[in-house]
Design a protein around this ligand. Structure first.
Ligand SMILES: Nc1nc2c(c(=O)[nH]1)N[C@@H](CN(C=O)c1ccc(C(=O)N[C@@H](CCC(=O)O)C(=O)O)cc1)CN2
Length: 290
């Protein structure tokens, strides 16, 4: 039976420290960190995440400005809002909740955000900086996953890490962060040959494929540390309602792994805590505070 990695508790501790830091920035430096949160459309899951982000801001004393745009909003209208926010000196961070409606090109939107205000770390120049080890804003889910891994394992140097999934917002930046920690990194994906065997070589296994229960218990090396990034809603016939599950078959995996993140309560809360972390960093950077 493996150890449960409690992402919720870790996120709460990180947020407590950030709340203290925000209080002293306000008191000693007259700096009030502020994030603009932009939601386009009515996707219920996105609305839930945005609500959770705004509530965390309030807990930490971070100012948040919510912009809820209609689902018929054009790309030009959204780009115009981003331009205003880029030029507003009181706004330190800009977040556009993804996905955006189909008439909007998400790459165009992400790359319109000033890189220093890009608290999601998705701008192409922040991606490039991460790939050469000059980290500026680092994507929140991989950053939170790395924090959990370091808390669990300490030094990651020399570990075999397998990241299953090659998305721009999780898989690729996760692999870059693990490489920076001197792990031997494999990025596996839908075309990977003999995926179960590749996974069995992992001391650290990060599952970010977006398929419920995709990673089987017998794909996991005994004692490995498993980070489950998946957030999938499935219909549970016994409960007669939807429930949230990860990309890993948790019940089987927990019998084999050394430590594992649950879903919910694992990586998800860290995503929001790291958004707060990036917002405080962005505010300090823009104010010239080390
Ligand atoms: N602009 C962004 N859009 C999206 C991101 C992102 O990082 N930036 N990531 C995801 C959604 N996401 C944050 O936005 C997110 C997902 C899940 C959680 C979370 O705390 N999950 C809880 C369960 C919550 C529930 O019951 O639904 C958990 O895992 O315990 C936080 C943030 C896509 N879009």
């Amino acid at each position: 039976m493996s150890k449960l990695i409690d992402g919720k508790a870790f996120a709460d501790r990180l947020c407590d420290k950030l709340a203290d830091e925000v209080a002293s920035l306000k008191q000693d430096k007259q700096l009030s960190p502020c994030i603009a949160v932009v939601l386009v459309g009515e996707d219920p899951a996105s609305a839930t995440y945005v609500g959770a982000k705004v509530r965390r801001c309030a807990q930490l004393g971070i100012d948040s400005r919510s912009h809820h745009l209609d689902d018929t909003t054009s790309e030009a209208e959204l780009l115009s809002l981003i331009d205003d926010l880029n030029n507003d000196p009181e706004v330190h961070g800009i977040l556009v909740q993804l996905p955006v409606p189909k008439q909007i090109n998400s790459d165009a939107v992400i790359n319109a955000i000033s890189p220093d205000k890009d608290v999601d770390g998705f701008h192409i120049s922040n991606v490039g900086a991460l790939s050469v080890g000059q980290n500026n804003m680092v994507p929140c889910t991989p950053l939170g996953s790395l924090m959990l891994l370091q808390d669990e394992l300490g030094d990651l140097s020399g570990k075999n890490a397998v990241v299953v999934g090659r998305s721009n917002i999780v898989g690729k930046p996760m692999a870059a962060l693990l490489l920076q920690q001197s792990c031997t990194v494999t990025i596996a994906h839908s075309r990977t040959q003999d995926l179960p065997e590749v996974c069995r070589g992992a001391d650290i296994l990060v599952a970010a494929v977006g398929i419920p229960h995709f990673i089987q218990g017998d794909w996991i090396k005994p004692g490995a540390t498993v980070i489950d990034v998946g957030i999938n809603r499935i219909y549970d016939e016994a409960l007669e309602k939807n429930r949230l599950v990860g990309d890993v078959d948790f019940d089987a995996a927990k019998e084999v792994a050394g430590a594992i993140t649950p879903v919910p309560g694992g990586v998800g809360p860290m995503t929001i805590a790291c958004l707060m972390y990036n917002t405080v960093r962005a505010a300090k950077n823009q104010a010239g505070i080390a």
